[in-house]
Design a protein around this ligand. Structure first.
Ligand code: GAL
Length: 655
């Protein structure tokens, strides 16, 4: 199987999306000059080029791309070639309206934007395959081609008739009989029993609440259909270039596709990441997405897109202050990225993204953005030989699963305030603030590499996942589970007792009487900390080895936290510092050490291979104790016992 290592060859891939079709050809040599001056070694080409490559049905114009590929190759710049299938040309929708997706109200999503394709449309799939075939046949032997990039951020839904037909087939494969489907979906409720497959619809608009099991399956189906589209194109390019790796770029922690499943189908896992520079927790979000992508890749991964400056799709779009793009890029490398790429190379002058930054902004070569890109290129060139291909080691795993997310993120729940992604962020942040490096894992993955496993929230668990958690604790390792875990089975059917009986026994819970979700302005006082978001009326079975009770209020004296040996259950979400302290304690007891002791709060430390990355997320200089003598790969200086980091500063220390 081809790997990212086949492409990197000791260099961190550095560059961005390049959309030269937006520019007169005279600009291209200038682009290459600026790329070379900045150390750019990789660009992604063709993501949105379908109408240029196939201006009329079956009529191809590859001349411009031939010239571009040659030019890039002559400049020593490798090409990540994208199949252009995320934005079909107007003629496709015009001639074949069946290629256009429908929203849940049955409204058509027209061309004029992008991603207006129905994953279920046979016509779309045929045309997507044809342009992919033509592209792959033409460039298979081109020396600039290094990697395939299929489509772009697969993320569309379709509720139309062709999707309905495919949904029914998907359900037939899953359930076999209508009886089984009726049972799984609980259709006895509200007179929803199906007597004919033809009666079944995608999760279209309803008068009142939709059947949650139907919604859950529709989300599974959507992920599977998009994956079928990816696999079909992947197989075409693989046939032409079996030696080249294939990727598609994930959106960061996006709920739409089961990225665990998808990652198994990719040679290289890549992600797009756009933290908000104004968000005080932006770097924590970045760390989460990076840890998750590394875990999906099971090794080095690609940061396919980040903004070199502002985006244009938030309400208010702030640029990155001086130094921040470098810091966040180094953070990605620290957490396992072997590629640091941007959207996009040259800022557009027209179109919907003309206010979105580019590596070469409207200010051009003199602009701060390009000047900082140059500096970043120089830094990455220094790191490449030391870092590329090396691994990040983590003793802690955070469990995450899309199916549980889909089951839990529906209407008519005990609290609309519980947002799965927020809870996941809160736990990952707590680990980060304890300076503990964590992988992510699927609940059925092998957990033996981890001394500590945390489950922020897995509302729906398979039996195999429950067995996996029990086995982890039986091995003598630690498990910390948050509330609303093990509540439902994979069909979103509530487990007897409101929580899986084996998990209740694991934590020492006899009865889970009621959930007491908290209001925004409400906290639950516990012995030694405050809980937020949620609390529970639990009766313990007397087997816990440690109990932290609620104090005062309706739940006074009842357990907020139960611990039985290595297994901990948190029936509330402690405030950030308290969760951090609790997880730090569990980790310390399990023999898991932070990347470095005594770190200032704003400094993130990650070990990758033999290197220690120190990343300073604050603006005031700090000094960090680093016992021993090291060499800072960024400055080349020798560092003994302490290093000072300036505003958004970083050091990469080698022994
Ligand atoms: C990404 C997308 C790019 C570009 C970018 C802007 O989601 O893949 O094509 O639109 O956002 O931030």
């Amino acid at each position: 199987m081809p790997h990212l290592a086949d492409v990197t060859r000791d260099r961190v891939l550095f560059g961005g999306d390049y959309n030269p079709e937006q520019w007169p050809e005279e600009t291209w040599p200038e682009d290459v000059r600026l790329m070379r001056a900045a150390g750019v070694n990789t660009v992604t080409v063709g993501v949105f080029s379908w109408s240029k490559l196939e201006p009329r049905p079956g009529v191809h114009d590859f001349g411009w791309l031939d010239r571009l590929m040659d030019l890039l190759h002559d400049g020593g710049i490798g090409v990540v070639l994208a199949t252009p299938t995320s934005s079909p040309p107007p003629w496709l929708g015009h001639l074949h309206p069946d290629t256009l997706p429908r929203d849940e109200d049955g409204r058509t999503e027209w061309w004029g934007g992008r991603q207006h394709f129905s994953h279920s449309s046979a016509t779309y799939r045929r045309h997507a395959a044809a342009i992919t075939e033509a592209l792959a046949a033409r460039y298979a032997g081109h020396p600039a081609l290094t990697l395939w990039h299929i489509n772009n951020e697969y993320c569309t839904y379709d509720h139309g008739d062709e999707a309905a037909a495919r949904f029914r087939r998907w359900l037939q494969d899953r359930y076999g009989t209508l009886d089984a489907l009726n049972t799984a979906w609980g259709t006895a409720f509200w007179s929803q029993g199906y007597g004919d497959w033809a009666e079944i619809l995608p999760a279209r608009r309803t008068h009142y609440l939709k059947n949650p099991a139907q919604v859950l399956d529709f989300r599974r189906f959507t992920s599977d259909m998009l994956l079928e589209c990816f696999v079909a194109e992947r197989d075409i390019v693989r046939r032409h270039t079996p030696h080249l790796p294939v990727t598609t770029n994930f959106m960061p922690l996006w709920s739409g596709v089961d990225a665990w499943r998808w990652a198994e189908e990719e040679d290289v896992v890549s992600v797009d990441l756009y933290p908000d520079p104004r968000d005080p927790l932006a770097a924590r979000h970045g760390a989460l997405v990076q840890d998750m992508t590394r875990s999906q890749a099971r090794g080095p991964w690609m940061l396919m897109e980040q903004a070199p400056g502002p985006v244009n799709w938030r309400g208010v779009n702030h640029p990155k202050p001086r130094g921040l793009n470098r810091l966040w890029s180094l953070q990605a490398v620290a957490r396992g990225a072997d590629a640091v790429c941007h959207f996009q190379w040259r800022q557009s002058r027209q179109g919907a993204e003309k206010f979105h930054s580019g590596m070469v902004g409207h200010a051009g070569e003199e602009g701060r953005t390009y000047q900082e890109i140059k500096r970043l290129g120089a830094d990455l060139a220094k790191l490449g030989p030391h870092v590329v291909g090396t691994r990040v080691r983590a003793d802690v795993a955070v469990l995450h699963d899309w199916h549980s997310w889909w089951a839990g993120a529906q209407d008519a729940r005990p609290s609309a305030r519980v947002d799965y992604a927020d809870v996941l962020h809160a736990w990952h942040r707590a680990l980060g603030e304890a300076h503990l490096t964590a992988d992510f894992a699927h609940p059925e993955h092998d957990l033996t590499p981890y001394k500590v496993v945390v489950v922020p929230q897995l509302y729906a668990l398979t039996d195999a996942a429950v067995d996996n958690l029990l086995a982890h604790v039986r091995r003598g390792s630690s498990l910390v589970c948050g509330f609303l875990t093990g509540v439902a089975d994979p069909d979103d059917r509530i487990r007897p007792g409101g929580m899986d009986a084996r998990l209740r026994a694991l934590f020492g819970i006899r009865t889970l009487h009621e959930w007491w979700p908290l209001q925004a302005d409400e906290t639950a006082a516990c012995d030694g900390f405050r809980g937020t978001l949620w609390s529970e009326e639990i009766e313990a079975d007397g087997t816990a080895t440690e109990t932290i009770p609620y104090k005062g209020g309706e739940l006074d004296g009842l357990p907020a936290v139960l611990r039985k040996g290595g297994a901990w259950y948190l029936s509330t979400l402690p405030e950030p510092d308290d969760l951090r302290d609790l997880l730090a304690r569990v980790a310390a007891e399990a023999g898991v050490r932070p990347a470095l002791d005594g770190l200032p709060a704003d400094v993130e430390a990650v070990r990758r291979g033999d290197l220690l990355f120190l990343l300073h997320h604050g603006r005031e200089p700090v000094t960090v104790d680093v016992p021993g003598t090291h060499r800072d790969l960024l400055t080349g200086d020798s560092v003994t016992d302490r290093v000072t980091l300036g505003r958004y500063g970083a050091a990469v220390l080698a022994r």
